[in-house]
Design a protein around this ligand. Structure first.
Ligand code: C2G
Length: 132
């Protein structure tokens, strides 16, 4: 069974996230998502709208997501790759090169981001609508 691993906050889930997860799953048979905890997001200067538990529940409802694990620190990836016997590590290419150190343990693939959508764009656009 070919296992794929990716990480992210996945707040206000949108088609850019789903495109990434779908392509990641297509690279193997089992997709694990390392979901950023609320505390970890503080370190990323990200204030997620949905709590970790709710973001986790939403991800787990996606048919091609097989497992969701917490992402608590930047440096848990090697341990996760080994522990979960991961074959392929996948991220959007805004992270191009940032995780090449994992090539020692598994394949590392950066996929093109989906243009024109992001959680921050959603928040900004909704603010504009709200303010009229
Ligand atoms: N993504 C994408 N296209 C978009 C938006 C996001 O392909 N339009 C991808 C990102 O490249 C990332 C994943 O979706 O691979 C999740 O994005 P975020 O939730 O913004 O995650 P991020 O803050 O990049 O956290 O340790 C890694 C970090 O936890 C990644």
């Amino acid at each position: 069974m070919k296992k794929v691993l990716t990480y992210g906050t996945f707040d206000l889930l949108h088609f850019g996230h789903v495109n990434l997860l779908k392509r990641a799953k297509a690279l193997g048979d089992y997709l694990i998502v390392g979901l950023s905890t609320d505390e970890f997001n503080d370190g990323k200067n990200k204030q997620a709208y949905h709590s970790f538990d709710n973001r986790k529940m939403i991800l787990e409802s996606i048919s091609f997501v097989d497992e969701v694990i917490p992402e608590n620190t930047w440096d848990q990836k090697v341990k996760d790759v080994i522990k979960h016997e991961v074959d392929v590590f996948v991220m959007g290419n805004d992270w191009e090169g940032r995780f090449d150190f994992l090539k020692e343990y598994c394949e590392v693939i950066y996929l093109p981001r989906t243009i024109g959508i992001s959680t921050s764009k959603i928040k900004k656009d909704l603010k504009i609508v709200e303010n009229g």
